[in-house]
Design a protein around this ligand. Structure first.
Ligand SMILES: [Zn+2]
Length: 307
C-alpha cells in the first residue's frame, strides 16, 4: 500500500453556531472558550462562534443562511449598505480563518451542526481528502455508541458554500436527531467525543505516527427530493411514516416515501439509494424533503507527517 505524507498541521479551528439554533456546537464552542482551550501540543486551536447574532436570538440565521455564503464569488462580492449580515460575517470569518484556498488558511476547520433527522453522527466533506477520511476512520473505530458515517458532496471547492471549505482541510459534523433550540446530553457527548478524538488524532499525527491505510465505507450525494406540491407551491404530503427516522436505510423501488394529505402513498422509483436528512426542519424552505446517496468504499493510503 502506498504511503502519503502531509505537512504539519499547526492551526485548527472548531466552529459552532453557524446556524444559531443548533445548540450542540454553540455550547461545545462556548465551553472551549471558557476553558481557554487554545493549544494542542505545538498547534493552536481556535474556538469560534460563527453567527453570534443568530445565536443570541436562537434562529438559524438573521438575513441569509451563513452556511451558503462561502463560495468564492460571495466571498469576493463587494460590501454595500444592503449586504446581508451573514455575508459580512462570512467575509470576516474568511479573513480570520482563511482566506479560503490560500496558504494562510487554518490547516483544519471543523464546523459543528445539528439536524432534526435521525442521522447519528455524520462527517460531511467536499473533495476526497485523505486527512478527513483518516480522521473519519479513527472516530468510527473509537465511537461505538453512535453510528458514525461520512457523506461526500461532490462540489468543486470554488462553489463549496459552507464554512468548513475555508480551511485547507475541513468537514462539518452533523448530529441528530435534535430539535432546533434544544440541547440533548447524548448528542452533546457524541459531538464532544468526536471533537476530542479529532484533536487526539492530530496530536498523534504531529508526533510522527503513521496511520495505516485501508478501506472505509462512505456515502456520495446523488440527489435532492422535494415534497409533492400543488400548483401554488404548497406541500401536499408529509414524509411517509415508513421513511421517517430511517436515514441510511436502503430505499428500494416501490418503498413508501410520502403520505399524501389525501391518504395516498407515494413510492420511490428507480435506482436503490440511501436517504439522509429525512424531514430536516431547515430544508422545508430549500424545497428538500430528503436527500439520496450512493454507498461507496474508499481505499485510503497510509499517511504520515512529511514536509
Ligand atoms: Zn446547521
Amino acid at each position: 500500500m502506498e504511503q502519503t505524507s502531509f505537512p504539519p498541521m499547526s492551526r485548527v479551528a472548531i466552529c459552532g453556531g453557524t446556524h444559531g439554533n443548533e445548540l450542540t456546537g454553540v455550547y461545545v464552542v462556548r465551553e472551549m472558550q471558557k476553558q481557554k482551550v487554545d493549544k494542542l501540543g505545538s498547534a493552536s486551536v481556535t474556538a469560534v462562534l460563527a453567527n453570534p447574532r443568530a445565536t443570541d436570538v436562537c434562529r438559524r440565521y438573521i438575513e441569509k443562511d451563513l452556511n451558503r455564503c462561502f463560495t468564492d464569488a460571495l466571498l469576493r462580492s463587494p460590501i454595500t449598505d444592503s449586504t446581508p449580515y451573514e455575508l459580512r460575517r462570512a467575509q470576516e470569518l474568511n479573513a480570520q480563518l482563511g482566506p479560503k484556498g490560500s496558504e494562510e488558511a487554518v490547516d483544519l476547520l471543523i464546523d459543528l451542526h445539528n439536524t432534526t433527522a435521525n442521522m447519528g453522527l455524520c462527517l460531511i466533506f467536499y473533495s476526497l481528502d485523505w486527512i478527513t477520511l483518516h480522521i473519519y476512520k479513527y472516530i468510527q473505530s473509537k465511537m461505538t455508541n453512535v453510528p458514525v458515517r461520512a457523506i461526500q458532496l461532490d462540489v468543486p471547492m470554488s462553489d463549496a458554500y459552507s464554512l468548513e471549505s475555508v480551511g485547507k482541510h475541513g468537514f462539518a459534523i452533523e448530529v441528530g436527531p435534535q430539535p432546533n433550540g434544544v440541547l440533548r446530553a447524548d448528542i452533546f457527548n457524541a459531538v464532544k467525543s468526536a471533537v476530542d478524538l479529532t484533536l487526539t488524532w492530530l496530536q498523534e499525527f504531529s508526533s510522527g505516527c503513521t496511520f495505516e491505510g485501508g478501506e472505509v465505507e462512505a456515502y456520495t450525494f446523488a440527489k435532492h427530493v422535494d415534497y409533492p406540491r400543488d400548483p401554488a407551491g404548497e406541500i401536499t404530503a408529509a414524509v411517509h411514516p415508513e421513511l421517517q427516522d430511517k436515514d441510511f436505510k436502503l430505499l428500494r423501488s416501490g418503498d413508501p416515501v410520502f403520505l399524501m394529505f389525501s391518504g395516498e402513498t407515494v413510492t420511490h422509483e428507480g435506482e436503490e439509494l440511501y436517504p439522509f436528512f429525512v424531514n430536516e426542519c431547515a430544508y422545508y424552505e430549500k424545497n428538500i424533503a430528503f436527500q439520496l446517496a450512493r454507498r461507496t468504499t474508499f481505499t485510503l493510503p497510509s499517511i504520515c507527517l512529511g514536509n
